[in-house]
Design a protein around this ligand. Structure first.
Ligand SMILES: C[S@@+](CC[C@H](N)C(=O)[O-])C[C@H]1O[C@@H](n2cnc3c(N)ncnc32)[C@H](O)[C@@H]1O
Length: 320
């Protein structure tokens, strides 16, 4: 939504890209011109937004309430990348209208609605990719310190972050452990962003980046391979392929570290359903992780509570 600005000093950019007004209030007619919408329909909408507290009526029209400013870009609460229909999050939310398809088939509703899967959409539309990467960075900004402090990363001298996104997690681990070397793999535009993150954290001399797919061979010979919020994005067949790549690449005594909300422990039911609708994935339970890992000779060693939302599962490779 958006309301026209009549008080420039107090204007905020709204999720729709329009400016919102915190001044005296703009009339429906003025707003309709700015937004190129039908005035009568707009008034119906504003009336309802007033009912739910997003705008309020004033002597001169409508203005955004304090609560309503939460929907503005400047609110710095991550909502814009979750709700705006032109972002990856907002677009994915609409796939819920195909929920019945997911429940019937066990497959992603997203592909049914948009004709290709979520990742293909991100590859085709750079603005969706950018919004997704922003959303991923935002979601972890309070979790990263706990991820770094909650596990003994110093046991490893080399760590590959598989699907490591913009590199926030790996940069923080490397910063905390100056003798450690890292290698991040992600798809091209995101890998470029990771290079910038490593430079910004001054760990770029210890952090390599490969732009590529985790369905292809991974950088070999590391002591540990990290999958942070990766496996839940995929069905069992694809999750199996990703694990196989980690095991192929790892040292004989290597470890595979999985950070995820675990089903039955931390996973919120709404989020679990979202994994199904968006990707055909899910938040697996411990026994499901064990079953997925066992054919690769991976044994679950430890489960560490990292945050209130995520566990770290450490898998060890059987002697090869
Ligand atoms: C949910 S995000 C997690 C990012 C990061 N690990 C984190 O926890 O912040 C999933 C990541 O997987 C990456 N990804 C998806 N498909 C991939 C592929 N085929 N190869 C490499 N990375 C991929 C995405 O680009 C994205 O960065």
């Amino acid at each position: 939504m958006g309301l026209r600005d009549e008080a420039p000093a107090q204007a905020h950019q709204c999720a729709s890209g329009h400016r919102v007004m915190l001044g005296d209030g703009a009339s429906v007619d003025e707003l309709a011109v700015e937004l190129s919408v039908a005035p009568v329909a707009l008034e119906l909408l504003l009336d309802h937004l007033a009912t739910v507290g997003i705008v309020e009526r004033t002597a001169t029209g409508y203005r955004t309430t304090e609560f309503g400013t939460n929907l503005c870009a400047g609110a710095d609460n991550g909502l814009i990348d979750l709700l705006h229909l032109n972002t990856a999050g907002g677009r994915a939310e609409l796939a819920f209208v195909e929920l019945a398809h997911s429940i019937t088939t066990g497959r992603a509703a997203y592909s049914r609605r948009y004709g290709q899967d979520f990742w293909a959409d991100l590859a085709e539309y750079p603005h969706l990719r950018a919004s997704f990467d922003r959303q991923m960075t935002y979601r972890f900004r309070e979790q990263i310190p706990r991820i770094v402090a909650g596990f003994d990363w110093s046991r490893f001298s080399t760590l590959v972050d598989v699907g490591g996104g913009r590199g926030g997690v790996l940069a923080a681990i490397l910063t905390a452990h100056p003798r450690m070397h890292g290698h991040l793999v992600d798809l091209a535009p995101t890998a470029d962003a990771a290079r910038r993150t490593f430079r910004a954290h001054a760990v770029d001399e210890r952090a390599r980046v490969t732009a590529g797919s985790f369905f292809d061979p991974l950088p070999p010979g590391a002591e540990a391979y990290l999958l942070s919020d990766i496996l839940h994005d995929w069905d069992d067949e694809q999750a199996d392929r990703i694990l196989r790549r980690c095991v192929e690449a790892a040292q004989p005594a290597g470890r595979v570290l999985v950070i995820e909300p675990v089903g039955g422990m931390h996973a919120a039911s709404a989020f679990n359903l979202a994994m199904l609708v968006m990707y055909g994935g899910r938040e697996r339970r411990i026994d499901e992780f064990r079953a997925l890992a066992a054919p690769h000779g991976l044994t679950l060693d430890t489960v560490t509570d990292l945050t209130d939302q995520r566990c770290l599962l450490e898998f060890r490779l059987a002697d090869r």
